[in-house]
Design a protein around this ligand. Structure first.
Ligand SMILES: NC(=O)c1ccc[n+]([C@@H]2O[C@H](COP(=O)([O-])OP(=O)(O)OC[C@H]3O[C@@H](n4cnc5c(N)ncnc54)[C@H](OP(=O)(O)O)[C@@H]3O)[C@@H](O)[C@H]2O)c1
Length: 280
């Protein structure tokens, strides 16, 4: 069976991005976090997803230092928070992020949430991309209308849109639109924070394939061509999340049935309203 930790997707600018990475949201204990990151890298994870907002970029740097790999072996993503979306603030935040991560470039930087300054932030990322300080740029939590507007206002079509996406929020229409525009979807909270086990059809499939419900939701996203970043601080889960997905393939009908499970449930903030007050 294919080791999916080795699998890449080609982004619209030709660079390769690993399809499976480690999420780090809420990984804020320095010892636990650095150990988790080092363990993940040592078992073959090549992509780490962080964000300025997570307040753990120094922990990510420590984890990389503790691991057996070097910076160049890895793909690191960070994100620019609402408060830094004005042009000069984005550049300043980016330079600070580099220092915290102990690196002189990033593989992917995303506008963390859409706002009235999202395009200004993205244009600053375009400059950093043109200066070769970032290998790929993109957005996060952009729905179809936000993406459409951004694409009409900027020079470089975003390479990635990272959105909440799981069996109760399959984002089928957004994926169609993104694919048509060469934007690659990346999924956050794919395992519903580990709670995906509560969905009876997911449980049924886990029993059928003798695997975990978490692996069913991760593989469902991967088979749809979506990049995943499951988060855990526990070595056994970090390993299971990356290996169980190699052991089975869902059928087309099963993928379709998960797409149609409903009712649509959003666990995180709604991009249509989140932060709109903060940016005024
Ligand atoms: N762009 C955005 O706005 C945005 C928003 C949220 C998240 N993200 C990114 O996406 C990543 C993934 O999302 P997420 O962390 O919110 O959710 P997630 O990966 O779906 O779930 C993480 C939670 O599930 C638990 N877990 C992990 N593996 C498990 C397993 N095999 N069995 C049972 N429980 C398990 C973890 O606990 P333990 O750690 O205790 O194992 C943690 O509480 C984040 O870490 C972050 O990098 C991006």
């Amino acid at each position: 069976m294919e080791d999916l930790l080795r699998k890449n997707v080609k982004l619209n600018n030709g660079i390769d991005m690993p399809m499976v990475g480690l999420g780090t949201y809420k990984m804020t204990d320095p010892v636990e976090g650095a150990n988790a990151i080092a363990a993940a890298i040592n078992m073959g994870y090549r992509m780490i997803d962080t964000a300025d907002y997570y307040n753990n970029q120094k922990i990510v740097a420590k984890g990389i230092e503790k691991s057996s790999k070097t910076r160049e072996d890895l793909f690191i993503t960070s994100k620019i928070w609402f408060t830094d979306q004005a042009h000069d603030d984005t550049i300043k935040a980016f330079n600070r992020i580099l220092k915290e991560l102990k690196t002189d470039y990033l593989d992917l930087v995303l506008v963390h949430w859409p706002s009235d300054k999202g395009t200004e932030c993205y244009k600053a990322l375009e400059e950093l991309y043109n200066d070769k300080k970032i290998r790929a740029i993109g957005v996060s939590n952009y729905l179809e209308d936000d993406l459409k507007k951004l694409i009409s206002e900027v020079d470089i079509v975003p390479m990635v849109d990272q959105v909440e996406l799981h069996p109760l929020l399959p984002m089928v229409e957004l994926q169609k639109f993104a694919t048509k525009n060469k934007v690659h979807l990346e999924s956050w909270r794919t395992m519903l924070n580990g709670e995906v086990a509560k969905i009876p059809y997911i449980e049924e499939l886990a029993a059928k394939y003798e695997t975990t419900p978490q692996a069913i939701s991760l593989k469902w996203a991967l088979q749809r061509g979506i990049i995943i970043i499951p988060k855990s601080v526990h070595e056994d889960r970090i390993k299971a999340n990356a290996t169980e997905i190699n052991k089975f393939d869902l059928t087309k009908e099963e993928i379709q049935k998960i797409n149609e499970l409903g009712p649509e449930t959003r666990l995180g903030p709604d991009p249509l309203t989140y932060g709109k007050e903060e940016t005024k």
